[in-house]
Ligand binder design. Structure first.
Ligand SMILES: [Cu+2]
Length: 221
């Protein structure tokens, strides 16, 4: 999973940088406390400023901050990269109080396919997607702000009313993962879950045919 992989890289690097800065600050503080402790016989310095020294560490912190911002922005871009030559599947996601609707507008089937749930009694809609494919998702909301979160993928995208957000996902293996709403959106927010199911392209095509042959609004899987 590309998203999970990229997130892991960013998290590891940022944790390493934060740990390094923490250890350096703690070490300098410890040295200062030990050297200047009462009874050591050392006289405290009377200088109120050390401009050159301060400019050095300010410069070092600025370099680290710029590096982290640029690295994270590039990683974010990489997360949404489309692989050349990879097939594309489009899915429209609509969040509403309090469940989800997944539509497949580009599917080459007779009748439009969409899956809508009501998220009651543990019946959650399933977003079915093919593996090895760029899944282009367009997400919006019918009412308030929601957020589509797939914890296993380390991925989250907000759904706004009167606005569309776009992102891509890729699944390199078949599986089923739980998704959640990650933005408090009212009374039944806590049960606004869904499933993501990645299947082989063949299985996906069969599933689309079955859904299209059935009702226009497919049942939750
Ligand atoms: Cu919510």
């Amino acid at each position: 999973m590309n998203q999970r992989h990229v997130f892991g890289e960013v998290f590891t690097l940022e944790t390493a940088v934060a740990s390094f800065v923490f250890v350096v600050v703690l070490a300098l503080l410890t040295i200062a406390v030990i050297r200047r402790r009462a009874g050591s016989g050392r006289q405290p310095s009377h200088r109120a400023e050390r401009n050159r020294l301060e400019s050095y560490y300010l410069g070092a912190l600025a370099v680290i901050a710029v590096f982290l911002v640029v690295y994270t922005a590039l990683a974010n871009h990489r997360e949404h990269e489309e692989k050349a030559g990879q097939p594309v599947t489009r899915v429209d996601v609509t969040a509403f109080q309090w469940c989800w609707k997944f539509s497949y507008p580009g599917a080459a089937v007779q009748r439009a396919v969409s899956v809508e749930g009501n998220c009651r009694n543990n019946r959650f809609p399933t977003l079915v997607v093919p593996t090895g494919t760029t899944i282009k998702i367009e997400i919006t909301s019918k009412d308030v702000i929601h957020s589509m979160w797939i914890p296993a993928l380390r991925y989250k995208m907000d759904a706004f009313p009167n606005h569309r957000n776009y992102f891509t996902l890729t699944f390199d293996r078949a599986g089923r993962w739980r998704g959640r709403c990650a933005e408090f959106c009212g009374n039944r927010h806590q049960s606004m879950d869904f499933w993501v199911k990645a299947v082989s392209p063949d299985e996906y095509r069969k599933w689309l045919q079955t859904q299209s042959a059935g009702s226009a609004t497919g049942a939750a899987v």
